[in-house]
Design a protein around this ligand. Structure first.
Ligand code: USQ
Length: 398
């Protein structure tokens, strides 16, 4: 299958390009290399050193025996995307090319505006280019579990049956997200759903949980092919940050009580799920929603697991509660469905600790490299638009 990856240079995109190529798919993709710039802007680096585009392409050719059509271009540029679709004729389009950080979007008005403009426009450009060039292709669009927020009822997969004043309908499940970034994904969901209704496009909207991990199935041990792993307050997700902190001897930064619950998914499962979605496409005119996570945990459980794994590896891991820089519910109900991916063959990995162990072992050789940027481990971006470094309020010893 010809698969176009929007955002092919990112954490998911670069790994997916290799995973799908190894499975025999023909992959091409675009990226404006913005993730590298954002991480630099927030004063950080990838914990796992990554190669530049040219080195990546050379290593890709040496490993897989073919050139990768990876073009540098703006996904918000209609002519660029349309022309790429015209030459490549994708059958599946995986859109993982957006600004993915809640704190980055909450920094100030410029970052909020930029996040929503970039994210909503790139998705809109892809929808219009599909309509014009490849109306039969299938869009696999990365959304987020965070679109739903933290409702006090079970979370359905995209749609649910509602009865109101004696009448029933199947309607989109309410979305009450917690940042301007997460809201950009809600807008994309509405726009994508609309495009499937009016133009009969095929689309799968992936409500993905928090991704973690450094490895994926079939990954080869070639430094220039490694995908990035961020640990700063904006682009580092919770488990990735905890494992980096364990590796470098920094206390794990639990925000607030740490009783916030989320769905989590290892990188290896995320790639499997995106591939399964492509290989089992939606019908013409269908808008499917998949809740994509392997298990739900609260942050305290994850910090405890990180500490146990660190101890097994001979590390001293402290857990600290920091003032929560975000406005979010800490005590809340959380029970999302996760059936649609199981129906097409997803078998969730449940061994988070093994994944953490692999990750910490991968990170240990880069301790000095990470420590150059240790200032980014404590958050200072607040949801009221101000900046103030969170203080540690309670530390439990290793
Ligand atoms: N958290 C900590 N300590 C940290 C970092 C985070 O306690 O050092 C807490 C946060 O307060 C939050 C939870 O962990 O309650 C998750 O935070 P996160 O930064 O790992 O995830 P989030 O901001 O929700 O965003 C990430 C990705 C985003 C994706 C989303 C999926 O950056 O692209 O959409 O996970 S979800 O969380 O399901 O919305």
């Amino acid at each position: 299958m010809r698969v176009f990856i929007a955002g092919i240079d990112g954490y998911l995109g670069w790994a997916l390009a290799q995973y799908m190529t190894a499975r025999g798919h023909e992959v091409a993709g675009a990226d404006l290399l913005l993730r590298r710039q954002w991480v630099e802007e927030v004063g950080s680096i990838s914990a796992i050193p990554i190669a530049d585009r040219e080195e990546r392409l050379a290593a890709f050719k040496a490993q897989y025996g073919k050139d990768l059509d990876f073009r540098v271009g703006d996904l918000c540029d209609y002519a660029f995307v349309r022309d790429f679709f015209q030459s490549f004729q994708p059958e599946a389009i995986v859109h993982v090319g957006q600004m993915p950080s809640a704190p980055y979007s909450m920094m100030d008005v410029e970052h909020a505006l930029w996040t929503q403009t970039n994210n909503v426009n790139s998705n809109m450009v892809i929808l219009w280019a599909m309509r014009e060039v490849v109306p039969d292709a299938h869009l696999v669009k990365l959304g987020t579990m965070g679109e739903y927020g933290q409702p006090n009822i079970d979370i359905a997969e995209g749609f649910f049956e509602v009865e109101y004043r004696g009448r029933k309908d199947r309607l989109p499940f309410p979305r009450l997200p917690g940042s301007f970034y997460h809201l950009s994904k809600v807008h994309d969901s509405h726009n994508t759903h609309f495009a499937t209704r009016i133009w009969k496009l095929r689309a799968t909207d992936i409500m993905q949980g928090v991704v973690f991990g450094t490895q994926f199935e079939g990954m080869v041990d070639v430094p220039a092919l490694r995908t990035r792993l961020d640990f700063d307050q904006c682009f580092g997700t919770a488990i990735n940050r905890f494992c980096v902190q364990a590796a470098v001897g920094h206390p794990l930064t639990l925000y607030g009580a740490g009783t916030q619950k989320r769905g989590f998914i290892p990188l290896r499962d995320a790639l499997r799920c995106l591939t399964l979605a492509c290989e089992n496409p939606a019908q013409r005119g269908e808008f499917r929603v998949f809740n994509q996570f392997s298990e739900a945990y609260n942050l305290v459980e994850l910090a405890d697991m990180t500490q146990q794994v660190g101890t097994e590896l001979g590390l001293k891991v402290e857990i600290a509660h920091y003032e929560n820089p975000r406005q979010e519910l800490e005590e809340h109900y959380y029970n999302p469905d996760r059936e649609n991916l199981l129906k097409i063959g997803y078998e969730p990995s449940q061994d988070v600790k093994s994944e953490m162990k692999v990750m910490i072992a991968d990170l240990l050789p880069h301790k000095a490299h990470i420590l150059q940027k240790s200032a980014v481990l404590v958050p200072d971006i607040r949801w009221d638009g101000t900046r103030r470094r969170s203080r540690a309020i309670e530390t439990s010893p290793a």
